[in-house]
Ligand binder design. Sequence first.
Ligand code: MRU
Length: 362
Amino acid sequence: MSIETLKWRESPDREAPALIILDQTRLPVEVAEVACGDVETVAAAIEELKVRGAPAIGVAAAYGVALGAWQALAAEEESAAFRRSVGDAVERLARTRPTAVNLFWALDLMKRVLDANSGASNRELYELLRDAAHRLREDDVAICKRIGQHGAGLLKDGDRVLTHCNAGALATAGYGTALGVIYAATEGGKRIEVFADETRPLLQGSRLTAWELMQHGVPVTVICDNMAASVMAARKVDCVIVGADRIAANGDVANKIGTYGVAILAREHGIPFYVAAPTSTVDMKLASGDAIPIEERKPDEVCQGMGTRTAPQEVSIYNPAFDVTPHRLVTSIITEFGVATSPFEPTLRRWTTTGSSETDRA
Ligand code: MRU
């Protein structure tokens, strides 16, 4: 079954276009879509995690810019005002979530489309921006499949993989990064089983990863986050594969809160820890993970659940959405260009500047 995280609706009779998002806050109870017809609705959908996961956020934001252009076109703004409106859309979308660098990468790309077409009419600019968003979405699926192919070589028939959060089709325009590796391995005939960490506080592992693996017929077992150590100690895990929201030049990896703990556990138990991500997740401007901005989210996500309050009123809550795993705990980084091992920096630099199709192994 193919999962459509994001799709574009636009009819030839010029009815207003819309970005249709599979609402991930409703899964697994309900498969429901939400239509976003303007910049603000897309920005709110990103903030509320209706669409989430680094690559999916980038693609959604690109479509958000296209919708901003449509709104300015429909309002018949003159050229300078049109360009200002598109710039405002970029700024609004950039304020949604700070950690996943794919968001800023996609917005930069959209700004470059605007700047490179100074002589274009407003309608032409709208169409150019919309088509750029389409290309981002299509490229993302193709890139995920290449990540899957490279990563599948690391898995053996019968492997049991532990993953954290959701880095699957739902977190991308389709196929997924960490789960893409598992899909490619199973499509290649390997039998793979998955342990999905539930991933507190928002349960992306149990709500989303378990749901999408079941749609694909991959055997999956949900565990609470605090069970990972004992599952590893019982030798039930052959490797860990996670996604990433931002990878610094030295290979430090920001990913969903709890990933760092899983990496420490994997090291303690001698289990390989793999990170699968497109090179659009690599931020070569940051020397190390210390400079990665970590999103802090609302206390309610931690102190309310299961339909009730789960911590005393007024208690202090700390809710960082991501943590940073130091590169020394990372066995390999799998991208669309291949598999990098330590030292990561030279390989990441080459991949992000020139691109390469070689598989790099130390
Ligand atoms: O807060 P979320 O659900 O957007 O966090 C998502 C993750 O941490 C994913 O692992 C990461 O974005 C990689 S998605 C291919």
